[in-house]
Design a protein around this ligand. Structure first.
Ligand code: NAI
Ligand code: MG
Length: 498
């Protein structure tokens, strides 16, 4: 990039408040870096409390009218947005790949393709915001209404930024709420593009998008007295803060907070080749394992332990790390320096343990083309026990621990011995074994003999410290973004006075 190009690229992109594209009140910006090159690619406004104030005021002002738009019309706005998102998929995908380092073919493009599906799904559900009638007898008409909550404060992370933004925007707006969202400081550009597409089809103030840091913009948003619902995806540490602030003023929260999910291989399928792809998919290696649903604890039956690991490491070693925009690239980069250093520290810890056996991977190269970006190498440590820090903490990077097991009950105790409970993967041809295991694992989402991503329609969310509330589904929309009102009408009035 020459000096002129880089200056143009760094001209600050505005954020969205009350239908207008604006800079931060302070005029400050924060740089956005391409993690594959470590070069700045743009700057975005550094929102603070004053900007939060304006955005919340705009959302509050827009709420009465938006909440009274007939739901089917709100749904039609979402459907129109879906059409544009579909037409502009590639542009969004490339933007996300550039700012996150996620590989275009394996991650950024499928993520962008999911946007129109999410907007269509929720757009079509608008008329399902139904209430009930309660049979209290002929003298009373008692019914419930699903009413929106008001201004939703939404905070999202960087790992699948546009998908996670869509998952909050579409159901919240469909249900008649207005939204103030804060994008993650590491990945605001795709979300700004998404917001600009939405804004073309929405009244001003219905959707507001702030860019800025967690403490400077996220915290005042979460603490704002006019925000009536908090929806957060990110770390458990910040989730706890959000829940504490919500408790101060009794507002409902939805939290999606990551995991340390088990991937269980039974011996009956251990010799089969498709298992290898299943383990790789569950571990989300092609997303650098920066996924809350990564199957990062591999419980491999002892009978097939060595044979599976041998084939797994051979396959993992063929995955191509490189330029995220290159079609042949399987694996891109870690999001930023902080996360990269964190992932490396876990690898170092594994390398430093006498009882840990490195099967594949290790520390990233410190010379050659990959050393120019935050490329972490897919790494597997074997002979782990479930009490290792590597087996307990969410690494959010491509470091898999393989734990041998023989006794099913003991394996299940280990699988459940985690403060997380988001996802799980079970591989066996025996349907009885599969369902017995699926039902005993403490997790909000169990996949058997597959390891795909979330699909609109299924209620997605965590047990234990993986979170509260569900997303992706009709029930998730109703529970997270509406409140019920009961109206009871006495039909047995005495005759009016003559
Ligand atoms: P984070 O939880 O700090 O960031 C997520 C969002 O919360 C960002 O928009 C950030 O600006 C905001 N935030 C941060 N501090 C805040 C505060 N005090 N008040 C309000 N908002 C705040 O996550 P981070 O630091 O990016 O990643 C750390 C770890 O979190 C990862 O290693 C991973 O374990 C976990 N994580 C889980 C995710 C998930 O999908 N559940 C996504 C991203 C991270
Ligand atoms: Mg943080």
């Amino acid at each position: 990039m020459n000096a002129i190009d880089s200056a143009a690229a760094l001209a600050p992109r505005p954020m969205l408040i009350n239908g207008a594209w604006v800079q931060a009140a302070s005029g400050e910006t924060i740089p956005v870096e391409n993690p594959a090159t470590r070069q700045p690619i743009a700057a975005v406004p550094r929102a603070r409390a004053a900007d939060v104030e304006q955005a919340v005021a705009a959302a509050q002002a827009a709420f009465p009218a938006w909440s009274r738009v007939p739901p089917r019309e709100r749904g039609r706005a979402l459907l129109r947005i879906a059409d544009v998102l579909e037409a502009r998929t590639e542009e969004i995908a490339r933007q996300v790949a550039t700012e996150t380092g996620n590989a275009l073919r394996t991650q950024a493009r499928p993520e962008a393709q999911g946007l129109s599906q999410i907007f269509r799904y929720f757009g079509g559900l608008a008329s399902e915001l139904k209430g009930e009638t309660i049979p209290l007898g002929e003298q009373v008409l008692s019914y419930t209404r699903r009413e929106p909550l008001g201004v939703v404060g939404a905070i999202i992370p960087w790992n699948a930024p546009v998908l996670l933004a869509a998952l909050k925007i579409a159901p919240a707006l469909c249900a008649g709420n207005t939204v103030v969202m804060k994008a993650a400081e590491d990945a605001p550009l795709g979300v700004l593009l998404l917001a600009s597409i939405c804004q073309e089809h929405l009244p001003q103030g219905v959707l507001n998008l702030l860019t800025g840091t967690g403490p400077e913009a996220g915290e005042p948003l979460a603490k704002h007295p006019a925000v009536r619902k908090l929806s957060f995806t990110g770390s458990t540490a910040v989730g706890k803060l959000i829940m504490g602030w919500a408790a101060e003023r009794i507002v409902p929260v939805s939290l999606e907070l990551g995991g340390k999910s088990p991937c269980v291989i039974y011996p009956d399928v251990g010799e089969e080749e498709w298992i290898i792809d299943g383990i790789i998919a569950a571990m989300r290696f092609t997303r650098q394992s920066q996924s809350c649903t990564a199957g990062s604890r591999l419980f491999l039956h002892r009978k097939v332990f060595d044979s599976v690991l041998a084939r797994l490491s051979a396959k993992v070693a063929t995955l191509k790390l490189g330029d995220p925009l290159e079609e042949s690239t399987d694996i891109g980069t870690i999001i930023n320096r902080k996360q990269f250093d964190r992932v490396c520290s876990y690898v170092k810890e594994g390398l430093g343990r006498d009882d840990a056996r490195l099967v594949v991977g290790g520390l990233p190269p410190n010379e050659g083309p990959l050393s120019k970006g935050y490329f972490a190498v897919p790494t597997i440590f074997a002979d782990a026990t479930n009490d290792w820090r590597l087996a307990r903490e969410e690494i959010f990077g491509p470091v898999l621990v393989a734990i041998p097991w023989e006794d099913e009950a003991q394996m299940l105790r280990m699988a459940n011995d985690s403060h997380y409970g988001l996802a799980a993967y079970v591989f066996t041809r025996d349907i009885g074994t599969a369902l017995r295991t699926a039902h005993q694992i403490e997790a909000g989402w169990v996949q058997v003999n597959q390891a795909g991503g979330q699909v609109p329609g299924h209620s997605y969310g965590g047990y234990k410290q993986s979170g509260i509330g569900r997303e992706f589904s009709l029930e998730g929309m109703l529970d997270s973004f509406t409140q019920r009102k009961n109206v009871s009408v006495n039909l047995a009035l005495p005759p009016p006075p003559a």
